[in-house]
Design a protein around this ligand. Structure first.
Ligand code: G4P
Length: 526
């Protein structure tokens, strides 16, 4: 098969949701449809159980599971589908943001009872920044949820994207009967079966005489009325607008009951984008280019302290990746090769001999990778678009054992390379400020520094609420600002200056008073 055929075959996407909306269940059902697993329950949830939030080792153990489910590959209708898993726990939101840089599209799961929840809004912001195409799946229709029109309005206002329903639910809760496909103008009528895929599908149009006998008079009338309203209110579905990330098609169903999943999957296969070009600091890389390129978007540490190796996840962007071949590690400027790269079919790890754009390769790493690192066949380019977002909690890292300062330094560097947290350094006294999105990471870092690097630390909370990356049109303006602000300026891992702000008010004031300085809320501002 030629490279182009391989590319056209691939669909790489992530399922995102607020915890508990049904991401794991939907993933599992998709794998069932794809024949990648035979029974429900085979996919281990990487969801961090609520009871364990105070026990971070337990959480890390649970996170360990997510290595196996980081990428799930299956074949369906001659397509090779890669689902990239994302952690649901809020404290690991940055992992999810980074994973979103490695996909070509997203399925967003919403709970029909709860509607759009906080974390969903954040995730969608990231998708919108990159114009990632999004399909929405409104889940749990077997529960008494909100009115579908109301949910669609909420999706549009809270997520800032136009929506277009492609299926429509027939009643909900205990009376949920199935969905009407507005796309095919067919009714899909379901029979409940939790573990096996057994659907009672009646392909019936709205004007069919059997409609009433299938769903009852009241639901039939309601459906006809709803569909009329939908067609009147919403523009026709445009594949082009979806592919540009401007319009999100919406599906309704119930993941646990296999309702509406096949319609979702079949439409996904028809409309979702093939592996897309990706920006670098030099030019855009097309997937069809003959030479291999790829970037690391996730690093997973091995929790066993006897094996400090890590797994780097690389997204292939162009050409063909081959096992055992030398590639250029652009940041380090050296040749590297991998004798046992691996891939995942369902949850089985297997050695990968060759991979194509859209694929994700697992690489064993002994510490030479950072998030965002690029591999090429010699060309000097670096994939961009892997932003760091401002952390929410900041603490100063204090060394508790002066004899181990080297270990501490190395440990914190490596842990932040993995993306566990962000490290900012204050010039004065080389003080280290660690920023995270959740309290949990501080416990994780402290524990890992001690057990993997033999270094002891403690944390001193800092009165900082936001980090802003700074640029200036002219260097003297920046130099002056940095001098003036003293200890409010720190440097990120790439020595970019960052303003550590106590409050939003502080940022506003500094912005107003320093028009020559530009404040950015993510590190990606080129
Ligand atoms: P997540 O990965 O997004 O966090 O969600 P997950 O799939 O784990 O689903 C969260 C809960 O919602 C689970 O129940 C799951 O069984 C349930 N669920 C998923 N889809 C549906 C649906 O279509 N209808 C209904 N009514 N429930 C659904 P749980 O009790 O938290 O976990 P479990 O013990 O059942 O695994």
């Amino acid at each position: 098969m030629s490279n182009i055929q391989e590319i056209k075959k691939r669909r790489t996407f992530a399922i995102i949701s607020h915890p508990d909306a049904g991401k794991t269940t939907l993933t599992e059902k998709l794998l069932l449809f794809g024949g990648a697993i035979q029974t429900a329950g085979a996919v281990k949830s990487n969801k961090i159980k609520k009871t364990a939030t105070s026990d971070f080792m337990e959480i890390e153990k649970q996170r360990g599971i997510s290595v196996a489910t980081s990428v799930m590959t299956f074949e369906y209708h001659d397509l090779l589908i890669n689902i990239l898993d994302t952690p649901g726990h809020k404290d690991f939101a940055e992992d999810t943001y980074r994973t979103l840089t490695a996909v070509d599209s997203v399925i967003l799961v919403i709970d029909c009872v709860k509607g759009v929840e906080e974390q969903t809004e954040r995730l969608m912001e990231v998708c919108r920044m990159r114009n990632t195409p999004v399909i929405v799946f409104v889940n749990k229709l077997d529960r008494e949820g909100r009115n579908p029109f109301e949910l669609l309005d909420e999706l549009e206002t809270k997520l800032g994207i136009r929506v277009r329903p492609l299926t429509w639910p027939i009643n909900m809760g205990a009376e949920f009967k199935g969905v009407y496909s507005l796309y095919e103008q067919m009714l899909y009528f379901f029979k409940i079966n939790k573990t096996k895929i057994e659907r009672d599908v009646a392909k019936v149009g709205l004007d069919d005489e059997n409609l009433e006998s299938l769903v009852g008079e009241r639901d039939a009338l309601q459906l006809i009325e709803d569909v009329e309203l939908v067609e009147g209110v919403y523009d026709a579905f445009s594949e082009d607008a979806y592919q540009k990330g401007q319009l999100a098609p919406v599906f309704f169903g119930s993941a646990i009951n296999n309702f509406g999943i096949k319609e979702l999957l079949d439409t996904f296969c028809q409309i979702s984008p093939i592996p897309q070009p990706r920006p670098t600091d030099v030019r855009e890389v097309e997937p069809t280019e003959p030479k291999f390129t790829g970037f690391v978007f996730k690093i997973h540490a091995n929790l066993d302290p006897r094996h400090r190796d890590r797994i780097a996840f690389l997204r292939i962007c162009s050409g063909k990746f081959e096992r055992g071949k030398f590639y250029k590690h652009v940041r380090l400027g050296k040749e590297v090769r991998f004798s046992s790269p691996f891939t995942f079919m369902a949850s089985d790890k297997s050695v990968l001999d060759e991979g194509f754009p859209g694929d994700v390769v697992g690489l064993y790493d002994t510490g030479s990778f950072k998030i965002g690192d690029t591999l090429t066949e010699g060309e000097n380019l670096q994939f961009s678009g892997i932003p760091s977002f401002s952390p929410e909690i900041f603490k100063e890292l204090i060394n508790m054992d002066p004899m181990k300062s080297k270990q501490l330094e190395k440990g914190i560097q490596q842990l932040t390379d993995e993306g566990v947290a962000q490290l900012f350094t204050l010039d004065l006294g080389n003080r280290k400020v660690v920023g995270t999105v959740g309290e949990l990471q501080f416990d994780v870092i402290q524990y890992r520094l001690e057990h993997e690097y033999g270094a002891k630390c403690r944390w001193v909370p800092m009165n900082i609420s936001r980090a802003c990356w700074l640029t200036a049109d002219e260097k003297p303006a920046m130099d002056q600002f940095v001098r003036l602000k003293g200890n409010q300026i720190a440097y990120d891992k790439d020595r970019n200056p960052v303003f550590l702000a106590e409050s939003e008010w502080m940022i506003r004031m500094n912005r107003e008073n320093n028009p020559a300085i530009h404040f950015h809320f993510t590190s990606e501002f080129k």
